[in-house]
Each structure stands twice: as C-alpha cells, then as structure tokens.
Design a protein around this ligand. Structure first.
Ligand SMILES: C[S@@+](CC[C@H](N)C(=O)[O-])C[C@H]1O[C@@H](n2cnc3c(N)ncnc32)[C@H](O)[C@@H]1O
Length: 211
C-alpha cells in the first residue's frame, strides 16, 4: 500500500510539473510530440548534425519528437528509420520499426531499409526509472553501450552518434571509448534538459570505420 501511495504522489508531482513546464507547452503549440525535441534542436544548433544527414537512425523514438525534427531538417530524399519498444503513430518521411533495438533481426531490417550505412545514429533511449540513482545510471550506460555497438556497425565513415547517459561515474569511461572510434566526442547538457536531471548527452562526430 505504501509503495502505491508513494507512486501516485510522485506521478501527481510529475503531472503538475508537466502542466507548468515551458517546453511541454511549447512542444504542444509547435505540433511536436515531446518536449525532448528541444534537446535535439539544441544539439543540432551546436553540432549541425542533421542537415546533411541522408540516412538516419533514431533509437528509442517514441512518441516521435526527435523523428519529427529529423524528418523536417534532413531533407526530402533522406531515409529515417525510427525504432522503439512502444508503438507510436506514423510520421511522414519516417519508417517506424517496433521492438528492441538490440534484436539483430530488427537491426538487419533497419539497414535493409536504409540501403546504405547511416550518417547519424541518434539515441534518446531510456528505461523506466527505478528510483535508485546508481541502478538507473548503470542501466542507462548499458543502453548507451548497446547503441554504440550498433552504431559502430551502422555508421558510415565520418558519421555521427548521439546518446543519452546519466551522470554516475561510468559515463566518463564510455566517453573515453567513443574517443577511440570518433574524431571527437564530448558531453553536452541542453538547457531544455531539466537541471535536476542526471541526464546528459554524448555527441560523437567523425566516425572512423577502421577503429
Ligand atoms: C525519452 S523516450 C524518447 C523520446 C523521443 N526521443 C522523442 O523525442 O519523442 C525513451 C524511449 O526509449 C525507448 N526504449 C528504451 N529501451 C529501448 C530498447 N531497448 N529498444 C527500443 N526502444 C527503447 C522507450 O520505450 C522510450 O519510448
């Protein structure tokens, strides 16, 4: 009973915060499906990853804010493959795959759809929060490492990779690993990412296929 009470209290707080959140309102007004879209906008304003990307993979795409922006900015002939565990409504110019991105069959289908290696792999994935910071940190690192393994097979020479991590210690090791495979890799905390949140992104540019 206590747990249920606690959960409903925290979900009430979440709902209250969402209703007042500037980016939630802005997303609604602008026709975007999530406030997360503003994080990708900030990443793109700083690193210019989308405009010249003709093949893009969006990992953990539901409800679709990042995919909407990718479709708007990557041009008419771009191919965008979006995947999520959850089903979500279609987006013009985006091919949606439903399932776990770690499933090799799905990875093959994504690559078949793209028809060539990707210019950009963008991963905003997250699992449901456990409420225990270190557990959530380690889970998130595992997701990011899985995304990195996929990106190493999926990216073309010079391609870019974005992944979400949570502070907690291991993100520094992952950044170090990424620096071996990319010309540059750095942390980036968008202003639209809540200051209280442990969330931060790694942006890696200039993939080296032979790394
Ligand atoms: C923060 S949401 C993504 C929001 C999205 N970027 C947007 O702009 O709407 C994180 C998503 O990651 C998905 N996810 C978590 N683990 C996954 C996995 N192993 N494979 C595919 N999707 C996953 C979740 O289902 C969830 O929808």
């Amino acid at each position: 009973m206590k747990v249920i009470g606690k959960r409903s209290h925290s979900s009430r707080l979440w709902l209250h915060r969402q209703q007042k959140d500037h980016y939630v309102l802005l997303a609604k007004e602008s026709g975007y499906r999530s406030r997360a879209v503003f994080k990708l906008m900030e990443i793109d304003a700083k690193f210019h990853l989308i405009k010249n990307a003709k093949c893009v993979i969006d990992l953990g795409a539901a409800p679709g804010g990042w995919s909407q922006l990718l479709a708007q900015r990557s041009g008419e002939n771009a191919r965008i493959a979006a995947i999520d565990l959850l089903e979500f409504p279609a987006i013009s110019g985006v091919k949606i795959f439903n399932g776990n991105f770690e499933n090799e069959e799905i990875q093959m289908k994504i690559m078949e759809y793209l028809g060539q290696k990707a210019d950009l792999v963008a991963a905003d994935m997250a699992s449901a929060a456990s409420g225990h910071a270190q557990t959530d940190h380690l889970r998130q690192i595992n997701l990011a490492k899985g995304a990195y393994s996929f990106a190493k097979n999926a990216l073309k020479e010079g391609g870019s990779f974005v992944t979400k991590v949570f502070h907690g210690g291991k993100e520094v090791e992952l950044l170090r690993d990424l620096r071996k495979s990319f010309g540059s890799a750095r942390f980036f905390k968008p202003k639209s990412s809540r200051a209280m949140s442990a969330e931060i992104y790694i942006v890696a540019i200039g993939f080296k296929e032979c790394s």
